[in-house]
Design a protein around this ligand. Structure first.
Ligand SMILES: [Zn+2]
Length: 316
């Protein structure tokens, strides 16, 4: 029987029906309703109806990825820095009642890693970290072909690892998190603060009077034009990512990172900067070099991982 995968992102809500071999039978994407639980459940219900119609069949179970701290065993969302209106939410139960099928909840980044292990760039790898550079920075660990969610059940929050104790304020409220340097939101916040501090950059002319035009692609273009500030922001993003990867390599013995998300396709080679930094800082990298590759599934990694998770849970 086909299964349903839902990926709730800070910006986009995606869904897909996928069969047990991994073939995508239907998929759909729209903006995430971020204000209210009832609106989110309604939106998911509508997407599911559309997916069933397009696929011409019904799913037997649903996996769903949600950003933030999740208790998978209870189907609960505790807290989400990028979706702050969803706190202590029994999401699995709400959706199970609405959709009439079993619903299995996991952290979105952990499920994306599972998707890459099943059908993506991790399909031939034993252990790796999968990192998505999107609005925030999500990460999931696969160790010996198994997802590693840790003692608490929601491990691998690399985005909120402190990489600079006195550094930038993160969306989570802490100081110096990796996400505050190496994510779309982190990069843009840093650039705007530099503008307030009076630092010169061609980015300000490129944006005109519209701050919403600032994004990693604009920063990338400025760096390509030789803009010193844009080059510094991107190179620091890669450097801090490398520092986090080195810590992961030395604590978990992971030597491979798969990078997904829009920032991976920038002209500025953030992958090389991160890889060089990780290899310089990690002790274990002296025995085997740390490698960083692009992930393969793009925006579908979360949905496909959610389906894999539902498949694993429903067969026990
Ligand atoms: Zn943080």
């Amino acid at each position: 029987m086909p299964l349903l995968g839902i990926d709730v992102g800070g910006t986009n809500l995606r869904g897909a029906i996928v069969d047990e071999s991994g073939k995508v039978l239907s998929s759909h994407e729209e903006r995430t309703p971020i204000d209210d639980v009832a609106l989110l459940v309604d939106a998911i219900d509508e997407i599911v109806s559309k997916l069933h119609r397009d696929a011409g069949c019904s799913a037997s179970a649903c996996g769903i990825g949600f950003p933030g701290i999740i208790d998978s065993s209870q189907g609960l969302v505790f807290y989400s820095p990028n979706l702050p209106n969803f706190v202590d939410l029994a999401l699995s139960e709400l959706l199970c009642d609405r959709l009439g099928i079993d619903v299995y909840l996991g952290n979105d980044a952990n499920l994306a890693a599972l998707g890459e292990m099943w059908l993506g760039a991790g399909s031939d790898k034993s252990s790796f970290v999968h990192i998505t550079l999107g609005t925030g920075l999500g990460s999931g660990l696969i160790i010996n072909r198994k997802p590693f969610w840790g003692g608490s059940g929601y491990a691998a929050e690399l985005g909120h690892l402190t990489v600079q104790p006195d550094g930038e304020i993160c969306a989570c409220g802490k100081r110096g998190c990796l996400e505050a340097y190496c994510s779309a939101s982190g990069l843009c916040s840093r650039a705007l603060r530099c503008r307030s501090d009076g630092i010169a950059s061609q980015m300000w002319d490129m944006m005109g009077d519209d701050d919403s035009r600032l994004n990693p692609q604009l920063i990338d273009q400025a760096a390509l034009n030789g803009d010193a500030l844009a080059c510094r922001l991107l190179s620091e993003a890669g450097k801090y990512l490398g520092i986090a990867m080195a810590a992961l390599c030395d604590t978990c013995g992971i030597h491979v990172a798969l990078l997904g998300g829009r920032m991976v396709n920038m002209k500025f080679d953030i992958i090389k900067v991160a890889r060089d930094e990780a290899n310089e800082r990690s002790l274990l990298a002296r025995t085997r070099e740390f490698s960083v590759e692009k992930a393969a599934l793009g925006d579908m990694a979360g949905c496909i991982g959610a389906v894999r998770y539902a498949l694993d849970c429903s067969v026990g």
